[in-house]
Design a binder for this molecule. Structure first.
Ligand code: FEO
Ligand code: CA
Ligand code: CA
Ligand code: CA
Length: 684
């Protein structure tokens, strides 16, 4: 990748090849410095000039991470990883290690509910509402009675690829991966909008192991789709807030739908959390003052579109139905109760769903903050102690957050209301390897009414601005987190940030124009998850053989080079599973060429040994992973195969991927089921 490919070289960052569809507009204009930039930037600038990136990294490790004291470490060879690594791949196929098998489950369009409508290229919007959605992401296997052969599966659908969703209607058109067709009269076809909204959200379905060893979707009264239209309650301190008042909910206690459901979480009381990530672009606001866009801070700090069509133009639906018109958040009525000026404020939350009770409305848990939530990950809950979880805000220069409940965990008694009272914190990573959790609450860290934060609800609706005020560390796009069950150490992927300049580097985000990403980890003070201080280091700085380093000081090699870590999960044995998301525009090009297609690797957190376990088909990212309780079956999410098809190739019918159905089929996101021929534990 030449330097001209970096986004900051483009006046409009969306025209950079690094731009991914749906990426949030960088909206952190706070003067908040990135921490300790002076010391670190000076060091790195010198070494960048003297010896390039590798020397700069060596220098940083020399004075930084290794002497800070790595967290978990061991010199013994890994006993955790027992498979032979797979090579990088550019194939339109799944590859796993020798001795492993895969098969496909839950493709976009597979029926789960209603009269089980079969998948075809002209499915209606209503039919899509009874099928698996598009663009699989966070997911969990909820075992039924502890079974490893029977469970309720919860699966996020992050976004859509309109040209594949409407494959028949859009055939032969030169369309990019994110593009919808607006009719000549400026409207969108109602049923297309319905189908798009029903392809978002969450699919919940029963899946069981069949006699031949394969897994299948099974009809069950608990199967349901949660979509962009489902009625949802609002919980926590922002419930009933004046800024959540809409025509749909004049008392500010409810909304419709969840969107851009990225990663997920599983609560200690066994419910599913789905996280709203790049939701802001789904809304537009045409309000103006003095001839210029005039967006409230609740919109502007998140990147709600000003004066142009929303991401998919749902507000343009021809029939003008309320459920679609609400995506225009302009002030149209006499008050907030008569329009949808506050509709975007009902998005950006973590949503709790009970996978076992379809009658229960999902609840947006506002005390976990409002931002581009990637996922949420809990410390293992301990009876008599508060519940603690973490969530990253995946946008350039945004933050990592932690929530500590007010009440203590009572097994069998605690429920989602635990997430409605507590303290939300944001992370500050100091240069010396220590860190602090800064409380976001009235009167704390400058969050006063005089400073513009009227109450707790206001702080939560404006979480990013509150974190700016508190002085949090601007990170390289925090994605998934994972907690090591053996040590309680917390790992987070920082996927990349090509807009970070040399003047903005800090110890936790040590590279300018960071195209490869890193994985950071921390240990709470006294191993108390509720502590307000911690120590941290970098587990691995990703990249090729010349630009990477693990905390043990070793470079990655052909068995494990990777870039853009995103999905992250610890299995019960403390194997760390790492999934990659190199953007569509960068895959198999320039500096990313050696990485091949996006992949999944497994790591030993104590030795930093890492091995590539799975490579995916063309154009996709690997995202979402879970095993059955016995660890003998693994489910892996494959999202957006074929997304690297150019508009011209789409017009000509030359799709770069036909995975998983083969032939000339339209590519479909799907789950890959991984088993071992000897029936052993996956990865061991
Ligand atoms: Fe949806 Fe940040 O990945
Ligand atoms: Ca992700
Ligand atoms: Ca992605
Ligand atoms: Ca990503």
């Amino acid at each position: 990748m030449s330097k001209h490919d970096y986004e900051h070289d483009y006046a409009d960052f969306t025209s950079s090849p690094c731009y991914e569809p749906g990426d949030e507009v960088p909206s952190n204009t706070s003067k908040n410095p990135t921490f300790y930039e002076v010391v670190e930037a000076r060091a790195s600038r010198r070494t960048f000039v003297a010896g390039g990136l590798a020397a700069a990294i060596t220098s940083m490790f020399g004075v930084g991470v290794s002497t800070r004291g790595a967290l978990a470490s061991s010199t013994a060879p890994s006993a955790l990883l027992g498979f032979t690594p797979v090579p990088v791949s550019e194939d339109d196929a799944i590859h796993v290690p020798e001795g492993y098998d895969t098969h496909i489950l839950a493709r976009w369009g597979d029926p789960i509910s209603g009269d089980m409508p079969a998948f075809h290229g002209t499915n209606t919007g209503e039919e899509q509402g009874h099928q698996v959605g598009q663009h699989h992401d966070g997911q969990h296997f909820f075992a039924i009675d502890g079974s490893s052969e029977d469970g309720i599966y919860a699966l996020n659908h992050e976004y859509i690829e309109p040209r594949f969703l409407h494959a028949e209607a859009y055939k032969g058109m030169a369309l990019s991966t994110d593009e919808v067709v607006v009719e000549a009269d400026g409207t969108r076809i109602d049923d297309h909008v319905l189908k798009e909204m029903n392809a978002h959200g969450v699919a919940i379905f029963r899946t069981t192991k069949q006699e031949d060893g394969s897994w299948a979707i099974v009809a069950d009264p608990r199967n349901r789709r949660v979509t962009g239209l489902t009625h949802m309650e609002i919980g926590g301190p922002a419930r009933g807030h004046a800024k959540l008042v809409t025509k749909y909910s004049p008392d500010g206690t409810a909304t419709r739908g969840t969107l851009n459901n990225c990663a997920h979480g599983v609560t200690p009381w066994n419910t599913y959390l789905t996280c709203e990530e790049n939701w802001a672009g789904y809304f537009t606001n045409h309000d103006q003052a003095d001839g210029r866009p005039n967006l409230p801070r609740e919109h502007a700090r998140y990147g709600v579109r000003a004066g142009r069509m929303s991401r998919y133009g749902w507000e343009l639906a021809a029939g003008g139905a309320d459920q679609y018109a609400r995506f225009d958040a302009s002030s149209k009525g006499a008050s907030a109760a008569e329009d949808y000026r506050n509709e975007p404020n009902t998005f950006g939350w973590v949503v709790e769903i009970d996978p076992f009770d379809p009658a229960k409305a999902p609840v947006k848990r506002t005390h976990l903050g409002r931002f581009a939530h990637e996922g949420v990950v809990f410390h293992p809950a301990v009876a008599g102690k508060p519940v603690v979880c973490y969530s990253g805000d995946d946008a350039r220069f945004e933050y990592v957050y932690k929530f500590v409940s007010r009440d203590v965990y009572e097994p069998g008694v605690s429920d989602g209301s635990m997430l409605d009272e507590g303290t939300l914190y944001v992370a500050k990573f100091n240069e010396d390897g220590t860190g602090e959790w800064l409380a976001l609450a009235p009167g704390r860290n400058g969050l006063t009414a005089e400073a513009g934060f009227a109450d707790m609800g206001d702080i939560l609706i404006n979480t990013r601005l509150a974190a700016d005020m508190a002085g949090a560390t601007k990170m390289d796009r925090p994605e998934w987190g994972a907690v090591d069950p053996a040590t309680g150490e917390v790992y987070f992927t920082l996927t990349n940030n090509t807009r970070r300049t040399e003047a903005q580097v800090d110890a936790a985000n040590p590279r300018a124009q960071n195209q490869f990403g890193q994985i950071i980890r921390w240990r709470e003070n006294r191993d108390d998850p509720a502590a307000t201080t911690f120590t941290w280091d970098l587990f691995v700085i990703a990249g090729d053989v010349n630009t990477s380093r693990t905390f043990t000081g070793h470079a990655l090699n052909e068995d494990n080079i990777f870039a853009c870590p995103d999905g992250l999960w610890f299995d019960a044995d403390s194997r760390l599973w790492i999934q990659t998301d190199i953007g569509e525009s960068a895959q198999n090009r320039g500096d990313m060429t050696p990485m091949g297609n996006n992949a999944m690797l497994a790591a030993d957190p104590r030795t930093a040994e890492i091995r590539r376990f799975l490579t995916g088909p063309i154009g996709q990212e690997v995202t979402g992973v879970i095993t059955t309780p016995d660890q003998r079956t693994m489910f892996v999410g494959i999202q957006h195969p074929g997304a690297t098809t150019t508009p011209e190739d789409h017009a000509a019918g030359n799709l770069v991927s036909h995975w998983p159905d083969g032939g000339n089929a339209v590519p479909r996101s799907a789950l890959v089921v991984v088993t071992r021929r000897d029936g052993g534990i996956i990865g061991a």
